[in-house]
Design a protein around this ligand. Sequence first.
Ligand code: ZN
Length: 162
Amino acid sequence: MNHNSTRTKKKRKSSGHSLFREYRFELTVVSIFALGVFLLVEKMKIKSYVYRLIIAIISAIKSLFFYVMTTILKIVSGIETSDIVGIILILIAAYMVFIRTRFRIFRRYASLSTCPTCDGDLKRTHRTPLQKLIEIALFAKVKHYSCKKCDYTGIAIGYRSK
Ligand SMILES: [Zn+2]
């Protein structure tokens, strides 16, 4: 009997919870709508600091948005065909330097099998935030090693697929 009553309690509780979950979207929409109507109706009456602050923030965001848009438009309309060719050439040159540098780094840190200091065995350890940044910047795989015998640590950098 006791068991049965707890079960009923549980059931009722869970059904109430799911009811709220089911209509959560509608409740949110109604709340937002009511707030909007309230602000429209009470517009003349609300003179609180919070309201004025919100209005100030919104207008600041609006003017910042317009400033950014007009700046972008000015830059875009000022670009000529010869500029585009120049920009493309600079980007190609930068890409070639990046590929070459990446290749040199990969060759320099190709692999690490034993400790260069004491010739001991190495084990993989967690990568530092800087090493994770290097992975993203070079689109590479960084392996962080530490020596089992001494306190040497080193890295190996290679292609992602490895
Ligand atoms: Zn060592």
